[in-house]
Design a protein around this ligand. Structure first.
Ligand SMILES: Cc1ncc(COP(=O)(O)O)c(C=O)c1O
Length: 383
């Protein structure tokens, strides 16, 4: 059968043609006024995306680089920090914090669930000297959303605590405005809702976080925020930048700002709702009790290995992700962040029904698709 491969993985995601064109240009040199102008414009547009006047730094690294920079630059060895550890990327915060010798309060949460507010209040009562709270806004491994506002209120009750948010699969999906939300450090990466290949990480820091830059005593070289900020404010970088990725980011930010962040967030809300409701209509269960709008984690029924289902979907041209660690073989993850429209969801749901049917699962063909279509029609009526 002739097939076209379509990416429905939660990173990397498909690229818009305008971005592909920008990426494919002949390279320009970075120590030139031409690059400086583009870089300053890109940084300004990133500030618009986050609705902030605060500095936004762009590193040549995957998202984990900016996560590492958050630990290196805003903490001292021995600082006590709370990790909201609810999945693969919560674990990454823990590993980073322990690598750089912070003291950890590890709030481990069953994968697929979010934190309990009462438990957080108990923890801050027990550890009033917390210097930081680390969380994922959207935990991609479990497709779970964690509420940020509550954590910001909590950290404000403490003497000297900052909130560090991994927004790698939430920036470009939700309205993530760190000044308004009370986020002190926010990181994101290029290969998700920013609609770019991997290779850029972005870091925002509040004035409260900035005050910590001089007292941080963790050794650092590449991810040195002070050194990098001095350069980037003037449209340059401390090291060779990922030039073409920045040209691509300049383009993808134009697309994002043209759509407008509130509309973009609404599109993602509907994409997620269509996916979730259709999956439930097919008779499958969602993994997450607090599902995020970036991707949907779907539990496969007893006796149906999720990785076999992924192979069947791939035969139809649909590449979805599987589960990580103990969820391997138990879930599939369908992405709908970035360059996705409503008909993409209808296609992937249709493929899911066919794949399940071919695997002998008792599925009523068209039931999930119909549900997604109904939600879409309601949306079109209100446009
Ligand atoms: C929420 C979250 N945090 C961190 C990461 C790690 O980012 P990277 O693989 O770009 O280093 C990912 C990647 O999937 C992610 O989804």
């Amino acid at each position: 059968m002739f097939i076209k491969e379509r990416l429905f993985t939660p990173g990397p995601v498909p690229l818009p043609p305008q971005v592909i064109k920008a990426l494919g240009q002949q390279i320009i040199h970075h120590r030139t006024p031409e690059f400086t102008e583009i870089f300053l414009n890109t940084r300004k547009n990133f500030q618009k995306l986050l609705k902030t006047d605060r500095d936004v730094l762009i590193f040549a690294s995957s998202g984990s680089g900016a996560m590492e920079a958050s630990v290196l630059n805003f903490f001292k060895k021995g600082d006590m920090v709370l990790i909201i550890n609810a999945g693969k990327f919560g674990q990454r915060w823990k590993e980073l914090a322990s690598t750089f010798e912070l003291k950890i309060v590890d709030y481990e949460i069953t994968w697929g669930k979010t934190y309990d507010k009462d438990r957080i209040i108990e923890i801050i009562g027990e550890f009033p000297n917390l210097k930081g709270i680390f969380v994922q806004h959207s935990e991609t491994s479990t497709t779970t959303l964690h509420d940020i506002k509550f954590l910001a209120e909590v950290k404000n009750k403490l003497d000297d605590c900052i909130l560090v948010v991994d927004g790698i699969t939430s920036v470009g999906v939700y309205e993530v405005y760190p000044d308004e939300l009370g986020i002190d450090v926010l990181v994101t990466g290029s290969q998700k809702a920013l609609m770019l290949p991997p290779g850029l990480s972005i870091l925002y820091y509040s004035s409260k976080a900035e005050e910590r830059l001089s007292s941080s005593n963790i050794p650092k070289y590449y991810f040195d925020v002070k050194k990098e900020a001095k350069k980037q404010i003037n449209g340059q970088t401390a090291f060779t930048p990922a030039i073409n990725l920045i040209l691509g980011l300049n383009e993808s930010l134009k697309l994002i700002l043209e759509e407008g962040v509130p509309k973009l967030a609404e599109r993602h809300r509907i994409l997620a709702e269509m996916t979730r409701e259709a999956v439930k209509e097919i008779g499958l269960k969602l993994l997450s009790k607090s599902p995020a709008n970036s991707a949907t984690g779907v539990l496969t029924p007893e006796g149906l290995n999720a990785d076999d289902l992924r192979k069947e979907l791939l035969k139809l041209g649909f590449r979805v992700a599987g589960g990580q660690d103990h969820l391997k073989g138990k879930i599939i993850r369908i992405a709908h962040m970035g360059y996705f429209d409503f008909m993409d969801v209808i296609q992937v749901i249709s493929a899911l029904e066919i794949a399940l049917y071919r695997m002998g699962y008792n599925v009523e063909i068209g039931k999930g698709v119909k549900k997604a279509q109904e939600i879409l029609i309601e949306k079109i009526k209100t446009d």
